[in-house]
Ligand binder design. Structure first.
Ligand code: 5GP
Length: 183
Protein backbone atom coordinates (compact mmCIF):
# COMPACT_ATOMS: atom_id res chain seq x y z
CA UNK A 1 0.00 0.00 0.00
CA UNK A 2 1.31 3.43 -0.90
CA UNK A 3 2.06 5.79 1.94
CA UNK A 4 3.04 9.46 2.16
CA UNK A 5 4.81 11.40 4.88
CA UNK A 6 3.61 14.98 5.29
CA UNK A 7 4.92 17.18 8.08
CA UNK A 8 5.58 14.18 10.32
CA UNK A 9 2.23 12.51 9.72
CA UNK A 10 1.94 9.17 7.95
CA UNK A 11 -0.88 8.93 5.39
CA UNK A 12 -1.89 5.67 3.69
CA UNK A 13 -3.72 5.27 0.39
CA UNK A 14 -7.36 4.52 1.12
CA UNK A 15 -9.52 5.16 -1.94
CA UNK A 16 -8.00 4.45 -5.35
CA UNK A 17 -8.32 6.80 -8.33
CA UNK A 18 -10.57 4.20 -10.00
CA UNK A 19 -12.95 4.00 -7.00
CA UNK A 20 -13.22 7.78 -6.80
CA UNK A 21 -13.80 8.14 -10.55
CA UNK A 22 -16.63 5.60 -10.38
CA UNK A 23 -18.27 7.36 -7.40
CA UNK A 24 -18.04 10.75 -9.10
CA UNK A 25 -19.53 9.44 -12.34
CA UNK A 26 -22.55 8.15 -10.40
CA UNK A 27 -23.10 11.60 -8.92
CA UNK A 28 -22.75 13.18 -12.37
CA UNK A 29 -25.39 10.81 -13.73
CA UNK A 30 -27.80 11.66 -10.91
CA UNK A 31 -27.34 15.40 -11.38
CA UNK A 32 -27.80 15.03 -15.15
CA UNK A 33 -31.12 13.25 -14.56
CA UNK A 34 -32.36 15.65 -11.86
CA UNK A 35 -31.49 18.82 -13.82
CA UNK A 36 -32.42 17.56 -17.28
CA UNK A 37 -34.67 20.53 -18.05
CA UNK A 38 -32.74 23.12 -16.07
CA UNK A 39 -29.61 25.20 -16.45
CA UNK A 40 -27.88 24.90 -13.09
CA UNK A 41 -25.11 27.13 -11.83
CA UNK A 42 -22.33 25.17 -10.13
CA UNK A 43 -20.74 27.22 -7.36
CA UNK A 44 -17.37 25.57 -6.82
CA UNK A 45 -15.81 26.09 -3.41
CA UNK A 46 -12.10 26.86 -3.79
CA UNK A 47 -9.48 25.72 -3.29
CA UNK A 48 -10.19 22.06 -2.59
CA UNK A 49 -13.21 21.34 -4.81
CA UNK A 50 -11.55 22.19 -8.13
CA UNK A 51 -10.34 18.62 -8.71
CA UNK A 52 -13.72 17.02 -7.92
CA UNK A 53 -15.53 19.73 -9.91
CA UNK A 54 -13.39 19.12 -12.99
CA UNK A 55 -14.31 15.43 -12.98
CA UNK A 56 -17.93 16.05 -12.03
CA UNK A 57 -18.78 18.55 -14.75
CA UNK A 58 -17.07 16.48 -17.43
CA UNK A 59 -19.17 13.51 -16.32
CA UNK A 60 -22.46 15.33 -16.94
CA UNK A 61 -24.67 14.55 -19.94
CA UNK A 62 -23.33 16.26 -23.02
CA UNK A 63 -26.77 17.81 -23.63
CA UNK A 64 -26.76 19.58 -20.29
CA UNK A 65 -26.40 23.37 -20.35
CA UNK A 66 -24.79 24.61 -17.14
CA UNK A 67 -22.46 27.30 -15.84
CA UNK A 68 -19.71 27.34 -13.26
CA UNK A 69 -18.48 30.01 -10.90
CA UNK A 70 -16.11 30.01 -7.94
CA UNK A 71 -16.16 31.11 -4.34
CA UNK A 72 -13.46 30.84 -1.71
CA UNK A 73 -14.05 30.59 2.00
CA UNK A 74 -11.78 29.55 4.82
CA UNK A 75 -12.59 27.81 8.06
CA UNK A 76 -9.71 25.38 8.50
CA UNK A 77 -6.09 25.76 9.48
CA UNK A 78 -4.00 22.60 9.84
CA UNK A 79 -6.24 19.76 10.97
CA UNK A 80 -8.86 21.51 13.08
CA UNK A 81 -11.68 23.94 12.43
CA UNK A 82 -11.58 27.51 13.69
CA UNK A 83 -15.36 27.61 13.40
CA UNK A 84 -15.11 30.98 11.71
CA UNK A 85 -16.01 31.26 8.01
CA UNK A 86 -14.29 33.97 5.99
CA UNK A 87 -15.11 34.96 2.40
CA UNK A 88 -11.79 35.23 0.57
CA UNK A 89 -13.15 35.17 -3.00
CA UNK A 90 -16.71 36.48 -3.00
CA UNK A 91 -19.42 35.19 -5.33
CA UNK A 92 -19.02 36.94 -8.67
CA UNK A 93 -22.14 35.70 -10.47
CA UNK A 94 -25.76 36.61 -9.90
CA UNK A 95 -27.53 33.64 -8.31
CA UNK A 96 -30.98 35.21 -8.16
CA UNK A 97 -33.56 32.80 -9.66
CA UNK A 98 -30.82 30.29 -10.47
CA UNK A 99 -30.72 26.61 -9.55
CA UNK A 100 -27.49 26.55 -7.57
CA UNK A 101 -25.41 23.44 -6.92
CA UNK A 102 -22.66 24.11 -4.39
CA UNK A 103 -19.67 21.86 -5.08
CA UNK A 104 -17.52 20.92 -2.07
CA UNK A 105 -14.53 18.64 -1.61
CA UNK A 106 -15.62 17.36 1.81
CA UNK A 107 -18.41 18.11 4.29
CA UNK A 108 -17.25 17.69 7.88
CA UNK A 109 -19.09 19.71 10.58
CA UNK A 110 -21.23 21.22 7.83
CA UNK A 111 -20.49 24.76 8.97
CA UNK A 112 -19.22 25.86 5.56
CA UNK A 113 -22.29 24.49 3.76
CA UNK A 114 -24.69 25.76 6.43
CA UNK A 115 -23.38 29.29 5.92
CA UNK A 116 -23.10 29.07 2.14
CA UNK A 117 -26.67 27.78 1.75
CA UNK A 118 -28.01 30.62 3.86
CA UNK A 119 -25.97 33.05 1.78
CA UNK A 120 -27.26 31.68 -1.56
CA UNK A 121 -30.85 31.83 -0.32
CA UNK A 122 -30.38 35.40 0.86
CA UNK A 123 -29.12 36.23 -2.65
CA UNK A 124 -32.40 34.89 -4.10
CA UNK A 125 -31.36 31.53 -5.53
CA UNK A 126 -34.35 29.54 -6.85
CA UNK A 127 -32.95 26.34 -5.34
CA UNK A 128 -29.78 25.33 -3.54
CA UNK A 129 -28.35 21.82 -3.46
CA UNK A 130 -24.96 20.49 -2.47
CA UNK A 131 -22.67 18.02 -4.22
CA UNK A 132 -19.63 16.77 -2.32
CA UNK A 133 -16.86 14.33 -3.10
CA UNK A 134 -16.62 13.12 0.51
CA UNK A 135 -18.98 13.32 3.48
CA UNK A 136 -18.20 12.54 7.13
CA UNK A 137 -21.70 11.76 8.50
CA UNK A 138 -20.52 11.26 12.09
CA UNK A 139 -19.07 14.76 12.21
CA UNK A 140 -22.13 16.62 10.94
CA UNK A 141 -23.32 19.35 13.33
CA UNK A 142 -25.73 21.24 11.05
CA UNK A 143 -28.76 19.25 9.87
CA UNK A 144 -29.41 21.48 6.87
CA UNK A 145 -25.87 20.83 5.62
CA UNK A 146 -26.40 17.17 4.74
CA UNK A 147 -25.31 17.04 1.09
CA UNK A 148 -27.80 16.10 -1.64
CA UNK A 149 -25.17 14.38 -3.79
CA UNK A 150 -22.38 12.42 -2.12
CA UNK A 151 -19.70 10.59 -4.09
CA UNK A 152 -18.58 8.70 -0.97
CA UNK A 153 -19.26 8.67 2.77
CA UNK A 154 -16.11 8.36 4.89
CA UNK A 155 -15.09 7.87 8.51
CA UNK A 156 -13.85 10.68 10.72
CA UNK A 157 -10.11 10.63 10.03
CA UNK A 158 -8.33 13.48 8.29
CA UNK A 159 -7.80 12.78 4.59
CA UNK A 160 -5.75 14.33 1.78
CA UNK A 161 -5.58 14.04 -2.01
CA UNK A 162 -7.90 14.73 -4.99
CA UNK A 163 -7.95 18.42 -4.06
CA UNK A 164 -7.86 17.94 -0.29
CA UNK A 165 -4.80 19.53 1.29
CA UNK A 166 -2.63 19.53 4.36
CA UNK A 167 -1.77 23.20 4.87
CA UNK A 168 -1.92 23.80 1.12
CA UNK A 169 0.06 20.76 -0.01
CA UNK A 170 -0.83 17.32 -1.45
CA UNK A 171 -3.93 18.36 -3.41
CA UNK A 172 -2.29 16.75 -6.44
CA UNK A 173 -2.46 13.18 -5.09
CA UNK A 174 -4.70 11.14 -7.42
CA UNK A 175 -5.96 8.89 -4.59
CA UNK A 176 -7.48 9.70 -1.17
CA UNK A 177 -5.02 9.13 1.67
CA UNK A 178 -6.06 8.70 5.30
CA UNK A 179 -3.92 9.84 8.26
CA UNK A 180 -2.52 6.87 10.21
CA UNK A 181 -0.19 8.14 12.88
CA UNK A 182 2.01 11.06 13.86
CA UNK A 183 5.75 10.60 14.28
P1 5GP B 1 -16.90 21.92 7.52
O1 5GP B 1 -17.25 23.35 7.40
O2 5GP B 1 -17.91 21.00 6.92
O3 5GP B 1 -16.56 21.54 8.94
O4 5GP B 1 -15.52 21.73 6.78
C1 5GP B 1 -15.43 21.81 5.41
C2 5GP B 1 -14.01 22.10 4.98
O5 5GP B 1 -13.07 21.64 5.97
C3 5GP B 1 -13.65 21.37 3.71
O6 5GP B 1 -13.95 22.14 2.57
C4 5GP B 1 -12.16 21.16 3.87
O7 5GP B 1 -11.46 22.28 3.41
C5 5GP B 1 -11.96 21.06 5.37
N1 5GP B 1 -11.86 19.65 5.82
C6 5GP B 1 -12.72 18.98 6.61
N2 5GP B 1 -12.33 17.71 6.81
C7 5GP B 1 -11.16 17.58 6.12
C8 5GP B 1 -10.26 16.48 5.91
O8 5GP B 1 -10.41 15.34 6.39
N3 5GP B 1 -9.18 16.74 5.13
C9 5GP B 1 -8.94 17.96 4.56
N4 5GP B 1 -7.84 18.09 3.82
N5 5GP B 1 -9.77 19.01 4.73
C10 5GP B 1 -10.88 18.81 5.50
Amino acid sequence: MRSINEQGYLFEEWLTPEQIAKDIKQVANRISADYRDKEPLFVIVLNGAFVFAADLIRGLDKDMRCEQTFIRVSSYFGMSSTGQLQFIVPLQQVVENRDVIIVEDIVDSGLTIHQLKAYMRAQGAASVRVATMLFKPNKLEYDDAKPDYIAREVTDEFVIGCGLDFDGFRRNLDAIYKVKESK
